[in-house]
Design a protein. Structure first.
Length: 276
């Protein structure tokens, strides 16, 4: 999926959640000075920013299919190598990076299995490939209050499944995709972020710009429908300040040499599976 919106609009909509999540992903992937890293599906640069802070702009590359996001990321980080391209066909050579990751991207890939395999291809053996996706199926994504309100204001306005069925958005799915792509030592965890919204309007306004599936669903309503949705959300959340806690699944796996075994671990419940 390509987001045909301005980088600023997306950043106002999701950046308030994706920036702290990107910081947690950076720590979990143990990004270290001297490495070369690739941000796949960089958007306006939420994770790119953390990578630049950790590694320096000259050691970071970023790619996104959206021209507006590429422009926004280039403007923010003129030294970073930012290219337009898809996850399924990354414009880089084999083993070009010490780390490749996709923060809130896998569920929007046209072919997630191919995208993750490409991330593995451009990463050196023994190094991490990582990804995050909100818990969409469990309704713990930042957008969950609006999807819930859409379902409540009436069947004609509701999007019955919302984003719940997107790939990677249910427990275990990212791990399965990583193992299927041939990654090794695959393990998953959950990363939670809490954002304090000073008032209702600050939280609500970014949903009016058609960003992502939820923005498109809101934009499809007539004026009366939008007003009903707004009032339902306000009744649930209050005038503010209030907090929204969102939870993402995070998975990492190593690119291994031939004939290495594959281990599938899931945290924090300790479930462990093995596959060849």
């Amino acid at each position: 999926m390509t987001f045909d919106v301005a980088g600023e609009a997306y950043d106002r909509f999701m950046g308030r959640y994706s920036r702290p999540l990107a910081g947690a992903l950076t720590d979990w992937l143990d990004v270290r000075a001297g490495e070369r890293a690739l941000d796949v599906g960089c958007g306006p640069g939420a994770w790119t920013e953390h990578l630049v802070q950790r590694l320096g702009a000259g050691r970071v590359s970023a790619v996104d299919p959206s021209p507006s996001f590429v422009d926004a990321c280039r403007e923010r980080f003129p030294v970073v190598d930012v290219r337009q391209g898809s996850a399924e066909s990354l414009p880089y050579g084999d083993a070009s990076f010490d780390l490749a990751g996709a923060c809130l991207v896998v569920h929007f890939m046209a072919d997630p299995a191919a995208g993750i395999a490409e991330m593995a291809r451009v990463t050196r053996p023994g190094c991490w490939v990582g990804a995050t996706v909100w818990d969409l199926a469990g309704e713990r994504a930042p957008m969950a209050p609006v999807w819930s309100a859409l379902a409540a204001v009436g069947p004609a306005q509701a999007a019955p499944s919302g984003e719940r069925s997107l790939p990677g958005g249910a427990a275990g799915q990212l791990e399965e995709l990583f193992v299927g792509a041939g990654l090794h030592d695959v393990e998953g965890t959950e990363l939670a972020v809490t954002v304090t919204h000073p008032d209702f309007e600050e939280w609500w306004e970014p949903y009016l710009h058609g960003v992502g599936p939820i923005g498109e669903a809101v934009a499809a309503l007539d004026e009366a429908g939008v007003q009903r949705l707004r009032e339902h959300c306000r009744a649930q959340l209050g005038d503010g300040p209030f907090e929204i806690t969102a939870v993402a699944f995070a998975v990492r796996g190593r690119v291994a040499s031939h004939d290495a075994g594959t281990t599938f671990r899931r945290e924090p419940d300790g479930a462990r599976l093995s596959s060849s």
